[in-house]
Design a binder for this molecule. Structure first.
Ligand SMILES: [Zn+2]
Length: 492
């Protein structure tokens, strides 16, 4: 055995995401290098996992770090479109230090709830900056979390994105809303490219990606350029795909076809492509995604919170689409709890009298939330416990009530765990959470800074909030009647 190795012994370990066994793990350079029956050798530094259930870290396939500073700011009756109309009220006037703080808050929450890697679409208004993108990357690096940091970018506001929306406003309001504009996409992409070229942290843990926000919010030229940039720099690309019925209705109006068919015409659909949500996809779109090796990230709680619908997981699975699981952000989802998303991935598949053979079982849901999401993040050998795979591990207290008595550990984890039994989190062989403390960040200082930032930002964005509240009523009724006029019944 090598001197730089560590032994984890005494735990009940989920091996290969298939079965639990009382094995020991040898860790070296951030990876599991051996899975040994029994206690293993006595001459290595040892982490005692007696009384623990050891599982791979959960991988969050879709979130937004900027959401953490927007926590509590989303009205209880918000839909996605009214939320987007209020984007400036939640995200305006932020400096790069606010983006860093928000990413640190987001990282703390994810680590505390068993997430070891995330795909972050982080926004900066009116457009990205090198300093802002780098601040988010540095925050994840310092937290020890794996991440894809994908600036969320657009060149159309919601008022420019949805055909006919501006006409629903009175002329006086219309002029003010029409005047809102975003930077030219050439400028936006140039900033992203510069930020990626001068990437401030090691890419093996925190790497860049691209996040064209929503296809309708990006011109075709912009989308095509994003695909080319992603291809040239070998980046993952993620967008919000068919999250709401309104998006699919507007796609048929604007493009004369579905969202996915349009993106395919532009050359975006590829193995590096993933769509968040995918609630309103049709069978042709599912087949297109599958045939290109593209993925969909299921965000069940966000879809419920915003009333977007329930994604057709069984149909996507049957079509062969790569599936991952995400939380979405702490603003629209209120919490980033991958255990909760995992449980909803299996339980929501049982609604509407779906036959049991269509249900997503706990083992499959768990694989989606680990290996599936990791594939969507483009991570190499992350998401299972096996020789050569990342030592991203969660240690659950098997004496906690969820596991007493213990009959079927994986089922009990998926159906019952909330994070309450989580005792330690390891990422790339290093502990980042233990003794109920995140070891990589100062949580007390973060809380104090977050309180001050929220007070300052709420005051700075007061007028934008009032404007958003007035616009929300019109946006909601516009979407309702647009969807009623162009019925797009749940297609899958
Ligand atoms: Zn999202």
């Amino acid at each position: 055995m090598h001197a730089t190795q560590t032994l984890i012994r005494g735990g009940l370990v989920l091996v290969e995401n298939a079965q639990f066994a009382p094995v020991s793990l040898v860790i070296e350079e951030g990876r599991v290098v051996a899975v040994i029956d029994g206690d293993g050798p006595d001459d290595l530094p040892t982490l005692d996992a007696t009384g623990r259930i050891v599982i791979p870290g959960l991988v969050n396939g879709h979130t937004h770090s900027h959401g953490a500073l927007g926590r509590g700011g989303v009205p209880e009756d918000a839909t996605l479109e009214t939320f987007l109309a209020g984007g400036a009220a939640l995200n305006g006037n932020r400096h790069s230090d606010d983006l860093r703080l928000s990413a640190e808050l987001s990282a703390v929450e994810m680590i505390r709830k068993g997430c070891t890697a995330c795909f972050d679409l982080s926004v900066e208004l009116p457009g990205p900056s090198v300093a802002g993108i780098h601040a988010v990357a540095e925050a994840y690096h310092n937290a020890g979390l794996r991440a894809v940091v994908a600036p969320m970018i657009s060149d159309r506001t919601i008022y420019q994105a949805l055909p006919g929306l501006l006409d629903a406003f009175a002329p006086s309001q219309r002029a003010a809303l029409a005047a809102i504009s975003l930077p030219r996409w050439q400028e936006t992409l140039a900033i992203c490219t510069e930020a990626f070229a001068r990437w401030p942290v090691p890419r093996d843990r925190v790497k860049p990606g691209l996040g064209p926000a929503i296809p309708l919010h990006c011109s075709d030229a912009f989308l095509t350029a994003c695909a080319a940039t992603a291809q040239a720099a070998d980046l993952c690309l993620q967008t919000h795909l068919a999250e709401t019925q309104m998006q699919q209705v507007a796609a048929h109006q604007r493009y004369g076809t579905s969202l996915t068919a349009h993106l395919d015409r532009l050359g975006l659909i590829s193995p590096r492509f993933s769509g968040a949500h995918g609630v309103w996809l049709d069978p042709h779109e599912a087949a297109l995604l599958a045939s290109h090796g593209a993925g969909i990230v299921h965000n069940p709680l966000s879809n419920l919170r915003l009333g977007s619908g329930i994604a057709p997981l069984h149909a996507l699975r049957s079509a062969g689409v790569t599936l991952g699981v995400g939380t979405d952000a702490a603003n629209t989802s209120d919490a980033q709890n991958m255990f909760e998303a995992l449980r909803l991935a299996t339980t929501l598949s049982r609604t509407s009298s779906a036959p049991p053979e269509h249900w997503i079982g706990p083992t499959e849901a768990f694989r989606m939330a680990t290996e599936g999401s990791a594939r969507i993040l483009g991570l190499d050998r992350v998401g299972r416990i096996a020789p050569g795979w990342a030592a991203d591990l969660l240690f659950l207290d098997r004496s906690y009530c969820h596991y007493v008595p213990l009959r079927d550990p994986l089922s009990q984890i998926v159906f019952a765990e909330t994070g309450a039994a989580l005792r330690e989190v390891m990422i790339a062989g290093a502990l980042v959470f233990a003794d109920n403390r995140v070891l990589t960040l100062d949580e007390a200082s973060l809380a104090e800074r977050a309180g001050r930032a929220a007070t300052r930002l709420d005051a700075a964005n007061h007028d934008a909030r009032q404007m958003a509240e007035a616009a929300a009523l019109i946006v909601r009724s516009f979407c309702r009647s647009a969807c009623a006029r162009h019925p797009h019944s749940h297609p899958l």
